[in-house]
Design a protein around this ligand. Sequence first.
Ligand code: FA5
Length: 347
Amino acid sequence: MSGEVERIRQQALAELQQASSTTALAEWHGRYLGRRGELTQLMRRISQVPPEERPAYGQAVNALKEELTARFEQREAEVKRSELSQRLAAEAVDVTLPGRPADVAGLHPVTQMIREVTTIFNHLGFQTVEGPEVEYGYYAFDALNIPQDHPARDVWDTIFIVSDQKEIVLRPHTSPMQIRTMERRQPPVRVVVPGRCYRFEAVDATHEWHFHQIEGLAVDEHITMADLKGTLAEFARQLFGQERKVRFRCDYFPFVEPGVDFAIDCMFCRGEGCRVCKGTGWIEILGAGMVHPQVLRNVGYDPERYTGWAFGMGVERLVMLKYGVPDIRLFYQGDLRFLAQFNRALA
Ligand code: FA5
């Protein structure tokens, strides 16, 4: 029987040396020192040992149990240490590697331009206000001196939401905010109004069906066309630089009298004529004029006392001019290769 104890000892120690993971060690522990393990079996077999040999046998089994327990603890400490150092080596962080840049969102070029333009006007004494994109026909047309059945109503290629008596439209321009502002305030009025506009438009390199305008309105006593020209020329110089050429030409808008269009020389061809400026050398960026006396009357202002001017400019076209963007459709295709060029953080 003592031969059997020695055999199990040899086998257990050899297997313990082989066990090189905590899982293997746990299995080994169950096999030899567990409740139904080899040592328990050895102890049970004491009944088969002749009575005179039993004390020695019992001592031998106990000694083996102690030895195996001690060797197990030793081996377990070794395995845990080596597992830890393996894990540390595998999970080591190389602090010398360069960091990966985090993705940072940027403002859309149109938003950036709206902020730039409104800031210029804010410094000239204009307050920024905003208004509804879904608008009553009254504000979009009637109050702006464009009555029902007036042919000018068709000029704005309007998208209608409700087209019966009380028309509701997606505003085709920001001019309705002239009326809403004057209804709410008494002169002096100086506001700029950025916002989205919608038109049932054939889309091409310079026309979108959805775009942005910034409306400007100044009403007070003694306001003249000279103020309009001076303000717009100053604005163009601040946005595009001192060398920019500007052009005022007569134009017709029912809510101004006289009306003008304001253009800047085409920066793609430097005025030679190209695809973008349709061969004219100029890119029109806004319509403007002196507020029509009828419009002043419509909001309860006395046109004998107050005069004013207004303008409406296309924001996408300003970005195109300033950064040399050849096609307006690029703004709304969500292509990061295009948009990232306007954000240093993304480029
Ligand atoms: C108007 O919308 C007038 N409300 C402007 C105005 C305001 C005149 C106050 C007088 C007094 P117009 O339709 O020309 O005018 O548009 C003004 C500007 O918006 C244009 O010069 C152009 O820069 C921009 N724009 C117009 N239609 C589009 C379009 N489909 N896509 C992109 N930009 C456009």
